[in-house]
Ligand binder design. Structure first.
Ligand code: IMP
Length: 181
């Protein structure tokens, strides 16, 4: 697909329409599976912002929302492997059905850390919902129950994902030109 939009992109890998359709389907699937359970969605800042917003608009069960912010990329393209929390949940998740909403699972180190950290807080269940998966980069196994798309090992931006804090606002997902990195 040609990148006829942002000039820094080499190509678009997931169009706005494809994102919309897939996120709608994920919202419906989650709603069906969590009927009567009042789950708490935990958005992983900051990459989840656009995905979470669209996802929740397609969730029809009663639910609540909280956020967590881990750090490991420090603005670059590869995980440092050291994860720490920059912002923690406001709510207790004890006895709650937690749905972690993440933009992308790459090495899996961030999600692995979140699962063990949140797991110590005695939730009833923890489920992972990720928009994107790059399985070829995995260093820690992560059970992704709801997944939008699987990608090759390419660094992508847009729809919440950034490179040095830019491009989060693009309504599609694309690969940067080599000259921009
Ligand atoms: P992991 O710990 O390597 O799985 O990385 C998870 C986090 O790294 C994600 O939440 C993203 O913020 C960031 N990340 C991983 N791959 C990409 C990418 O291709 N584009 C933008 N951010 C990425």
């Amino acid at each position: 697909m040609p990148a006829d939009n942002h000039p820094d992109l080499e190509k678009i890998v997931i169009s706005k329409d494809a994102l919309k359709a897939r996120v709608r389907a994920l919202g419906r699937e989650i709603s069906r599976d969590f009927t009567g359970r009042k789950p708490i969605f935990v958005g992983v800042l900051r990459g989840c912002a656009l995905f979470l917003s669209d996802l929740l608009q397609n969730v029809t069960v009663d639910c609540s929302l909280d956020f967590i912010c881990p750090s490991s990329y420090e603005g670059g393209m590869k995980s440092t492997g050291v994860v720490r929390l920059l912002l923690d949940l406001r709510e207790s998740i004890e006895n709650r059905d937690v749905i972690i909403v993440e933009d992308i699972v790459d090495s899996g180190l961030t999600m692995n850390y979140l699962l063990s950290n949140l797991g110590t807080r005695r939730p009833r269940s923890i489920t992972v919902c990720a928009l994107l998966d790059k399985p070829s980069c995995r260093k820690a196994e992560v059970p992704i129950r709801y997944l939008g798309f699987t990608l090759d090992d390419e660094f992508v931006v847009g729809y919440g994902l950034d490179y040095k804090e830019l491009y989060r606002n693009l309504p599609y997902i694309g690969v940067l030109k080599k000259s921009r990195i």
